[in-house]
Design a protein around this ligand. Structure first.
Ligand SMILES: [Zn+2]
Length: 297
């Protein structure tokens, strides 16, 4: 117990040395702690269908439970199978649900994939930025909703098998057609914890103009939120680069939050030590601001 206390104490100390600013919406030490845990070697790179992925699933379900998030279906898990080459894989999305206070029949899906590349040639690809960073942000939203319940209903979707062709989100979006539910927007979060230029991109506001105001004029000293990478500028398009693609293909508006690729992208060095805590915490803050603007209308 004493040992545990000292570990927590030193963790808190090292994070405060990183000068992570506090805010009233979520606890930044907790935000970082989840990234560190999920991108540790114990999770073996979280590849779909592996022991590490199962461990990640249980971790997510435990967090949802303790943050009083309800399952979206009968249970938190939405299992699915798919074939890649000759191999059949078993995946599972983890879906949490928070009922809206004034618009419960309209849904905002906040998503982040939890799978990553696993172990390749004996090296563990820990995927700290990609995408433990997005997943931990889902827990921050859950924490926030306990104090400030959303007006629209929210689905917190931790998708599986993004790295294998966005299979989990495809399955989820298809499953929606069997319910009379209206998803007004998907906010997809994938890689938000580091940027040498302090730039966070938001993709999709040029395709879905009703959300232009939501991403405009957000004040932050540390994070420059830039609308782009959606085919309306001279940058490469990220419209199909992550799970939001499956929402877009089915006519559901999306906003995707992410940083530009970096030297550790899809490398075994995408580790917790290489994220930028201050930028990351502020990026989550910025996404909260966008959410609140959408939810308040
Ligand atoms: Zn990713």
């Amino acid at each position: 117990m004493l040992k545990y206390f000292f570990i927590v104490f030193f963790l808190a100390l090292s994070y405060s040395n990183a000068q992570v600013t506090s805010n009233s919406w979520f606890d930044t030490v907790t935000l970082l702690r989840h990234v560190e845990a999920l991108s540790s070697d114990a999770f073996e790179g979280r590849k779909t269908g592996t022991k590490g992925a199962l461990k990640a699933r249980n971790y997510i379900i435990n967090q949802f439970y303790s943050l009083k998030v309800k399952p979206f279906g009968k249970t938190f898990e939405q299992p699915f199978t798919f074939k890649k080459g000759k191999k059949e894989y078993k995946g599972a999305n983890i879906l949490g649900y928070i009922k809206g206070t004034s618009n419960p029949h309209k849904f905002i899906v906040i998503s982040a994939h939890y799978d990553h590349e696993g172990i390749i040639n004996g090296e563990i690809y820990n995927g700290a930025d990609d995408n433990a960073s997005g997943l931990s942000a889902l827990f921050s939203f859950a924490e926030y909703f306990r104090k400030y319940p959303p007006k629209h209903s929210v689905i917190l979707a931790a998708f599986d098998a993004e790295e294998m062709g966005m299979k989990g989100s495809a399955y989820f979006v298809n499953s929606l057609s069997s319910y009379p539910k209206e998803v007004i927007v998907n906010l997809n979060i994938d890689m938000i914890s580091r940027s040498d230029k302090n730039e966070l991109y938001v993709v999709g506001s040029n395709l879905n103009k009703r959300f232009r105001n939501a991403v405009c004029c957000i004040k932050s000293n540390k994070v420059k939120l830039i609308a782009g990478h959606d085919g309306y500028d001279n940058k490469d398009s990220w419209v199909y680069s992550s799970d939001h693609a499956n929402f877009h293909k089915n006519g559901i508006p999306f906003l995707y939050f992410g940083v530009e690729d970096h030297e550790d992208y899809h490398e075994p060095t995408d580790d917790f030590e290489n994220i930028h805590p201050e930028f990351y915490a502020e990026a989550v803050n910025v996404i909260f601001s966008v959410f609140n603007k959408i939810d308040s209308h």
